[in-house]
Design a binder for this molecule. Structure first.
Ligand code: C2O
Length: 442
């Protein structure tokens, strides 16, 4: 990874990427200076402090923390474009890793969680060096029903946290329960599904395509809705801190600790040194000097899930693996979750970012919410100058809705997919779902 990443950095020198017309800013810098062989950074912080919610920073008790944080962000944003500790290069560090077809892609494999954790950690170190050392990044707890609009500290036009090119009203606002449902993630028992594997899209991490993508897309057509430009908006870091918190929460719930071997990520640190950090050294956030005092949790009282594996059987059919038998569901509050690995999106237009899964093929123009055959939504994030047609995986709460997909023998599931517009209406008729495999968890 180190070698190919270096090669890409070098080959991308002086390769500015121009934005499409009509955007607020004309150009995104997608280059980093050449910096020699990276040295290892082993995170070992001695002060452990809680990252605050973005909401708490708007309260009187945190007035001082807010002014320290926004003053430090202001320093970084005002640094020159070629300073590797400045905002422009912060964006470039993401951009060079973001294209789907380059080997350094960090959205469709196990780099997704660790790479973004490192990006936030390095920004935090940068801010802590500007001062004071107690600065910790805020997180936007959008899963909470009271945090479904842009946190107010980001909305003040006089603050360094403000960014003009963002949409915070319209059909996506406020965020809905469905947009930010983290419950299905707690039914996933393997890191391969939760956070991906070394190989791109085998499978794509489900953490990419749920709330992560829905929150990015809510800002369309602002910069947050495009992977390549999104780190320009300060809200990006509060959003990703909550994705980071989802990982911390999943790990704290007793899920398996991934083994990343020698895999590592590269960054410029706060002293402008080119560093590498092993993904294994990013698994425990407390080594990075922060924790989350509140964690996300599974709400339903569940004692051990049963998992049923389904493989593609042609057209829209998925068959239960040999010998497995789907039990008749007992009454009670126990949820059903559906995990769908590597949904093929290559048939759809690049502009489609939301897709509904259905138990029957819907007509065009059907409102997904309230439709009896609708199972849930899976989303991707655009990156206009980069190819992002890759398959995506989904984890959905299908409680009470999966029956319509089950064949008479209860050994097959029948599923369809249709692109959705921003209001949740199908923008084309449904087609058979093509995916690598399914797990029904109940
Ligand atoms: Cu690198 Cu939310 O994206």
């Amino acid at each position: 990874m180190n070698i190919s990443r270096r090669a890409f950095v070098l080959s991308s020198l002086s390769m500015p990427i121009w934005l499409s017309a009509g955007r607020a800013s004309a150009q995104v810098d997608c280059t980093l200076p050449s910096a020699g062989t990276p040295t290892q950074l082993v995170p070992k912080e001695d002060t452990l402090l809680a990252r605050p919610t973005a909401f708490s920073l708007s309260t009187a008790a945190f007035a001082r923390s807010l002014s320290q944080f926004s003053a430090a962000i202001d320093v970084v944003r005002k640094r020159s474009d070629d300073d590797v500790t400045g905002w422009g290069k912060q964006v470039a560090q993401h951009c060079i890793n973001c294209t789907f077809n380059n080997p350094n892609n960090i959205h469709y494999n196990w780099y997704f969680l660790g790479w973004h954790r490192a990006l936030l950690y390095l920004l935090e170190r940068n801010l802590r060096q500007i001062g004071p050392d107690s600065i910790r990044l805020p997180y936007w707890d959008w899963e909470s029903s009271t945090s479904r609009t842009l946190p107010s500290i980001y909305a003040d036009p006089n603050s360094s946290l403000y960014y003009a090119n963002r949409q915070t009203s319209g059909p996506s606002w406020p965020l809905s329960d469905e947009d930010v449902d983290v419950q299905p993630f707690f039914a996933i028992g393997s890191f391969d599904d939760f956070g991906g594997t070394a190989t791109r899209a085998d499978p794509t991490p489900v953490t990419f395509s749920g709330p992560h993508a829905n929150v990015h897309n809510a800002f369309a057509p602002g910069d947050m809705s495009d992977l390549m430009y999104s780190p320009r908006d300060p809200i990006f870091y509060a959003h990703h801190a909550n994705i980071d918190r989802l990982w911390a929460s999943w790990a704290a719930a007793g899920n398996p600790k991934p083994e990343f071997g020698d895999a590592s990520v590269n960054f410029f640190d706060e002293n402008k040194q080119w560093r590498y950090i092993k993904l294994d050294d990013l698994r425990d956030e407390t080594k990075l000097g922060y924790r989350y005092d509140s964690l996300m949790k599974l709400k339903a009282p569940v004692s051990g899930f049963a998992r049923f594996h389904f493989d593609p059987a042609g057209a829209h059919l998925f068959n239960l693996a040999a010998l497995a038998q789907l039990p008749v569901k007992k009454p009670g509050p126990r949820p059903d979750f559906l995990l769908v690995r590597n949904i093929d999106l290559s048939r759809f237009s690049k502009e489609d970012v939301r897709f509904g899964l259905f138990t029957r093929a819907p007509q065009q123009g059907v409102l997904s919410a309230g439709d009896k055959t609708y199972l849930g939504r899976v989303s991707r994030v655009q990156s206009k100058e980069h190819e992002h047609s890759g398959p995506i995986s989904a984890a959905l709460d299908v409680t009470g809705r999966v029956r319509g997909a089950l064949g008479a023998n209860r050994r097959s599931l029948s599923l369809f997919i249709a692109p959705l517009d921003a209001t949740g209406r199908t923008s084309a008729a449904g087609e058979p779902l093509i995916a690598k495999s399914l797990s029904l968890v109940r």
